[in-house]
Write a protein of this length. Structure first.
Length: 211
C-alpha cells in the first residue's frame, strides 16, 4: 500500500552452475526484493530465516499478502526431497511454511509449519474479509485441488473444513488460482488431465462458499 513493488522469491545456492546439495544447508533460500521506481530497478532487502525447517527438504514458489495493519505474510511450498528433488512415489505430507514481516519486508519471523498439506499457495481476500488459500495436494490418496479459509488473517487455517474442489487420480496436476466474481461466486482455475490418456488442459471449478 506504500506504492513499492515487492517480490518474495526463491534463490538457488549455486556453485559452478550446479545446485548446492550440502545435507546441512538448504539448497534454496527465500529472499525479498523491492522496487521503489515502478519495477525499473530492484534491490535485496531481506531473507526469510529457515532455522526451523529441515535443510534437505525442498522450498519453492512463495507467495505473500499484506494485511490492513501493514503486516506481510509469506506462504512457501515445502516438501521432502533429496538433492533438491522430490520423490513422487513416497507418501508424506507437504505442509506449507509461513513467515511474517512487520517492517515492510526487511526482517521476517523464522519460517514455521502451517497445517496446510499441499502446494503451491494462492491467497486472495474475499469480499467478507476472510482469506482463502487454494492449492493442490499430490499426496497419494488425496490428490486434487483444495481450498481453506482463515478468519484471522492467515494466522490459522480451518483445515478441519478443507474444501475439495476437484479430485484427481493423476498426481500431475495443480497450480490453482482463484478469483471472486461480483456475485460472490468463486472461480478456481488449474491444470489437470480431464481423462486418462488425454493431454493436460486448463480446467476450472466455479463454486460458492455457503454459510
Amino acid at each position: 500500500k506504500d506504492g513499492r513493488i515487492l517480490v518474495v522469491g526463491m534463490h538457488n545456492r549455486m556453485v559452478e552452475g550446479k545446485l548446492v546439495t550440502d545435507p546441512d544447508q538448504p539448497p534454496r533460500t527465500i529472499q525479498v526484493a523491492e522496487s521503489a521506481d515502478g519495477g525499473r530497478s530492484f534491490r535485496m532487502i531481506g531473507r526469510i530465516p529457515l532455522d526451523r525447517v529441515k535443510p534437505h527438504w525442498s522450498l519453492a514458489e512463495p507467495t505473500f499478502y499484506e494485511s490492513a495493519d501493514g503486516t506481510l505474510t509469506a506462504l512457501i511450498r515445502y516438501e521432502r526431497g533429496r538433492n533438491g528433488q522430490t520423490h513422487p512415489n513416497e507418501i508424506y505430507p507437504r505442509y506449507m511454511l509461513r513467515s511474517e514481516s512487520h517492517d515492510g519486508g526487511k526482517t521476517w519471523t523464522p519460517a514455521d509449519y502451517t497445517n496446510i498439506d499441499g502446494f503451491p499457495p494462492h491467497v486472495i481476500r474475499l469480499s467478507d474479509g476472510r482469506l482463502l488459500c487454494s492449492y493442490a495436494s499430490r499426496t497419494i490418496g488425496r490428490c486434487g485441488i483444495y481450498a481453506v479459509l482463515s478468519c484471522d488473517d492467515g494466522k490459522t487455517w480451518d483445515t478441519e473444513h478443507e474444501l475439495c474442489l476437484m479430485r484427481s487420480e493423476n498426481r500431475d496436476m495443480g497450480y490453482p488460482s482463484t478469483a471472486q466474481n461480483a456475485d460472490g461466486t468463486l472461480l478456481t482455475v488449474y491444470y489437470a488431465y480431464p481423462q486418462k490418456g488425454k493431454p493436460a488442459a486448463l480446467m476450472g471449478t466455479k463454486w460458492r462458499i455457503t454459510p
